[in-house]
Design a protein around this ligand. Structure first.
Ligand code: ZN
Length: 518
């Protein structure tokens, strides 16, 4: 069965979500919605890492109870569902869900049974921001490369995991592509790291240092499970791994796809540590790790401490869900960081959605109402806007001739390939290509001229078919905008009266650009 299980990373909740979290949620949402559109059984999981020590530090700094603090911030992540139009099926909270603690306990015991734990006194350089130890050689000028602060020397007795045992098997997984990492640049970084040889790592912390926060090590209550071990386990604990839930078997042990969408800062945890833990416990592995780069805002790193956090809730309130989702899917580079500005968001929404797609649909509907009273005779089959696979018969042929027909015919396949490659720019390019060709088609055919009267029905039929196809294929990307398009394009031989589906954010076309965000 062609199941698709897709997850985001679970962010720690030391503050409210920023635009980088929205990026990852929207990317995973598109993959989930697209797989559903193609008829695949899908489960989409997100959640929060409640057990991170950073949460404890931030709560203490704010002078509030840790549990209240974590609950409040976790709720802000879950509340992104409506404003971002997310379709996740489940939301796990590692500190509040009993299924999580039960699953961590079981996973730990399985690894222990495999002989992969031992106790050792450890001295190292620890970055509280990363919640990980750094080797001196990995630091940049003595500072954590992520946080630009000097890590603290820490000496303590911990449980260690025999990661070194798994170097050969992890390498084989990555080289064979059985564990696929996109893009290739990130895969190559992981390969170089593994080829250098893996070293055992610490997987517990003294409970005293964690202030009792976290999940106790089974059989050793003086230690709590290292938060990364705990957090990674969420991908199976949420499915009920700890309680023998059939969902675990369906989504994790079957022949389907298991994809983790993550940021580039945590690739090692997902492509090395996590597979090693699963190998140790004798569990199946993820099939794909899909890695996005980072966003900055007005040239500065996105973080609360830097004071420039872009609030996704405020952006959707001001500019709408479609505009925010479209920017997140259209602009960020597949490899390399991308800078967000309100001007760029407006330029994309006005250029691609209002002037491009909105204009194409409006012109088509206006022609249909002016000359045919809202009646059209659309072609049947694939280009009538049916999802591929839902209405095709073997005899279906492309029914639109010329460049518009060709670009429509290629659209579903181009989107499938782009999303398989975790390339949202290529996927949105494919949609924009049909819109551009549709607007060009109108300019070439000039259907409003008397000389075109004889081919008006064919031209209108082709345009409506192309618009309906775009509305369908757009739906994973902009579910709200696509629903409004379908309300105008209807089905069969009727279309609704034109009405702006994507109003310009910066005002009417031709007016001096006054961005609403200024
Ligand atoms: Zn750090």
């Amino acid at each position: 069965m062609n199941t698709f299980y897709v997850t985001t990373a679970i962010p720690y909740v030391n503050a409210a979500p920023h635009l980088g979290h929205a990026l990852e949620l929207v990317q995973a949402d598109v993959l989930a919605r697209h797989a559903r559109l193609r008829g695949r059984p899908v489960r989409f999981l997100t959640g929060t890492d409640d057990n991170a020590l950073k949460n404890v530090t931030a709560a203490r700094a704010a002078g509030v109870d840790v549990r209240d603090f974590v609950d409040t911030n976790a709720a802000r992540f879950a509340a992104l569902r409506e404003p971002l139009s997310l379709s996740f099926d489940d939301f796990i909270r590692t500190g509040a869900d009993a299924r999580h603690a039960a699953g961590v306990d079981r996973l730990w015991r399985e690894c222990a049974a495999g002989g992969d734990f031992y106790r050792r006194t450890y001295q190292g350089l620890y970055c509280p921001g990363c919640e990980q130890f750094w080797a001196a050689a990995e630091l940049t000028g003595g500072l954590c490369p992520e946080h630009r602060v000097a890590p603290e020397p820490v000496a303590e007795e911990n449980w260690f995991f025999r990661l070194s045992r798994y170097t050969g098997r992890i390498l084989e997984l990555l080289e064979s592509g059985r564990l696929r990492i996109e893009p290739a640049a990130r895969r190559n970084e992981v390969l170089a790291f593994v080829r250098a040889g893996l070293t055992d790592f610490s997987v517990s912390r003294p409970a005293a240092r964690a202030g009792g926060w976290g999940i106790p090590v089974p059989g050793d209550p003086d230690q709590v499970v290292y938060v990364w071990w705990d957090a990674l386990a969420n991908y199976v604990t949420a499915l009920g791994y700890g309680s023998g839930d059939p969902a675990y078997r369906r989504w994790w042990t079957g022949p389907g796809e298991r994809a983790h969408v993550i940021g580039k800062g945590i690739v090692r945890f997902h492509a090395v540590y996590w597979p090693a833990l699963l190998l140790s416990a004798g569990l199946p592995l993820p099939t794909s790790i899909l890695v996005h780069d980072h966003l900055s805002a007005d040239g500065a790193k996105l973080s609360k401490s830097a004071g420039n956090a872009v609030d996704p809730l405020a952006l959707t309130t001001r500019y709408g869900t479609d505009a925010v989702r479209w920017w997140l899917l259209r602009d960020p580079a597949r490899v390399g960081d991308t800078d967000f500005t309100v001007e760029r968001l407006i330029r994309r929404a006005d250029g691609d959605l209002a002037n491009g797609l909105g204009n194409l649909v409006n012109r088509t509907l206006a022609l249909a109402w002016k000359h045919r009273g809202g009646r059209v005779s659309p072609p049947t089959g694939r280009l009538a806007g049916l999802p591929r696979g839902a209405g095709d018969s073997p005899g279906d042929q492309p029914v639109l001739a010329g460049a518009l027909g060709a670009v429509c015919d290629r659209l579903p396949g181009r989107i499938d390939r782009a999303l398989h490659d975790f390339d949202f720019r290529a996927a949105t390019d494919a949609l924009v290509a049909v819109v551009d060709e549709g607007n060009r088609f109108i300019e070439t055919e000039r259907p409003w001229e008397p000389a075109a009267a004889g081919r008006l029905d064919a031209v209108l039929g082709a345009l409506v078919a192309a618009c309906r196809l775009v509305a369908t294929e757009l739906s994973p990307f902009l579910p709200d905008g696509a629903a409004r398009l379908r309300e105008r394009l209807l089905a069969g031989d009727r279309v609704a009266r034109p009405e702006p589906v994507f109003p310009r954010i910066s005002g009417p076309a031709g007016a001096p650009g006054t961005p609403a965000g200024r």
